[in-house]
Design a protein around this ligand. Structure first.
Ligand code: AMP
Ligand code: GLY
Length: 424
């Protein structure tokens, strides 16, 4: 079965490596892929947002199955276009992808169906937002409605910061049309947990939980990034909390999307906060998380392609999704300066990887056969082990054997999880 994967980051590299283990996987194409993915798939220079180009390619190569991973093509309707052209897909259609594409939509969905989330108000007029913020409790959270490369949520500590953020989002339009509407949201506290799930619109099967590290610097300082590392499982996510989430959040969300005529098929990502009043939804993503996927899929023991086909076909069963015991850790190596300005073009040297290790390439390209850096997040060094401590140590040992000029990594990925584990 020939497969097309839309996207070109570390997450897509992890998906492709997992697909390659499938008995039924034939040729794998990545659009556009990257210099590291090129070792595992045929990379084709078609942008992930070039929907017509993707459909044209899938048709011309008679691709049997397509997997659309990034948020923007999903929100743009890539799955709808491929399915209309006769290419079966893994991923939600445009109507369902709105659960990530519009934070106003997802907030109203949660309010309508009593799914626990932060209280919030929607504004379309900057003056009305500012008026409301004058008497708000601080800190508070301001979110742009649409996609914003993970940067659309800003925690503001006082009225001045709030006013400035409203101006940037709604007047200066730093996120373009994504700032036409904003949400002003209650500030919640508690550990965050990422839960990716497979769903065919009827059955929802959560994957092993994980913990992202979004800030650029150690001790959760510095700017927000796309993610500097992850561990799985997340020790805060106990079986009791998992049961509560299934009953109060996962199943109600699937039912709500069906009731709205927007059945969701694909990977639904629940970004949760475990607040003193119970688990609440911080955000939904309509896709695999990055870099959560890089720790979740290495623990998957069942066949990813079979699961994806069952999701598409509406025949997903819980026992199809199996994980090994143990833990995984991903340490992201970034270009010094990320998420702001950074230099690229430096040659990368990669070590051999052992049986429980892997390197997923995110921002690198091939130049005359040499892998060189081309992005902010360059790659993820991943290890699995019986315990979280061993997985963290092994991921760092691997990361320390990878070299390129300007490499930067956090040194504390998994530290908070280890501390939580010892107090559980
Ligand atoms: P989002 O883009 O909605 O995932 O938000 C990005 C990050 O902002 C989250 O991972 C949280 O750390 C933080 N955040 C978002 N919403 C809230 C909230 N209501 N209360 C506290 N922190 C939040
Ligand atoms: N790691 C968070 C995300 O993929 O949105």
């Amino acid at each position: 079965m020939d497969i097309l994967v839309v996207g070109g980051g570390g997450r897509e590299h992890a998906v492709i490596k997992a697909l390659k283990k499938s008995r039924r996987a034939g040729k794998i194409y990545a659009l556009p892929g990257n210099g590291g993915i090129a070792r595992d798939a045929e990379c084709v220079p078609v942008k992930a947002t070039d929907i017509a180009g993707i459909v044209e390619f899938a048709r011309s190569r008679k691709v049997d199955f397509a997997i659309v991973t990034p948020d923007d093509p999903l929100v743009l309707g890539c799955v709808d276009a491929l399915e209309a052209a006769g290419v079966p897909c893994f991923g939600p259609d445009k109507k369902a992808a709105v659960i990530e594409g519009s934070k106003v939509f997802s907030k109203q969905l949660m309010q309508k169906y009593s799914i626990p989330t932060a209280a919030s108000e929607v504004f379309t007029d900057p003056a009305a937002a500012v008026e409301y913020l004058r008497t708000a409790d601080y800190p508070t959270v301001i979110k742009a409605d649409g996609l914003a490369l993970g940067k659309g949520a800003v925690i503001v500590n006082n009225f001045d910061e709030a006013q400035k953020t409203v101006k940037e989002m709604m007047v200066d339009r730093v996120f373009g049309a994504s700032g036409e509407r904003i949400l002003v949201e209650e500030f919640l506290t508690g550990p965050e947990v990422s839960v990716l799930s497979f769903t065919d619109g009827k059955t929802v099967v959560p994957m092993v939980s994980s913990m992202d590290h979004k800030r650029a610097k150690d001790n959760d300082e510095g700017l927000n990034t796309g993610g500097m590392g992850t561990v799985a499982p997340n020790p805060y996510y106990t079986p009791e909390i998992a049961a509560q989430c299934m009953e109060r959040i996962f199943l109600p969300t699937i039912r709500a999307m069906n009731a709205e005529g927007r059945p969701f098929k694909g990977c639904l990502y629940f970004g949760l906060m475990l607040t003193p009043k119970g688990p609440k939804v911080i955000e939904y993503n309509c896709r695999f998380g990055d870099p959560e996927t890089q720790v979740v899929l290495p623990l998957l023991t069942s066949d990813l392609l079979e699961i994806m086909l069952a999701v598409r076909g509406g025949s997903l069963k819980e026992d199809m999704v199996r994980f090994k015991k143990g833990a995984a850790c991903c340490v992201v190596l970034a270009s010094e300066g990320y998420p702001k300005k950074y230099d690229t073009g430096f040659p990368i040297t990669l070590p051999e990887t052992g049986a429980n290790e892997d390197i997923y390439i995110a921002g690198a390209k091939l130049e005359d056969g040499q892998l060189v850096t081309s992005g902010g997040r360059v790659l993820g060094a991943v290890a699995t082990a019986d315990t979280l401590k061993e997985a963290i140590d092994a991921a760092y040992a691997l990361a320390d054997k990878i070299h390129f000029e300007n490499a930067y990594m956090r040194r504390d990925i998994g530290k908070r999880a280890l501390a939580a584990q010892s107090t559980n």
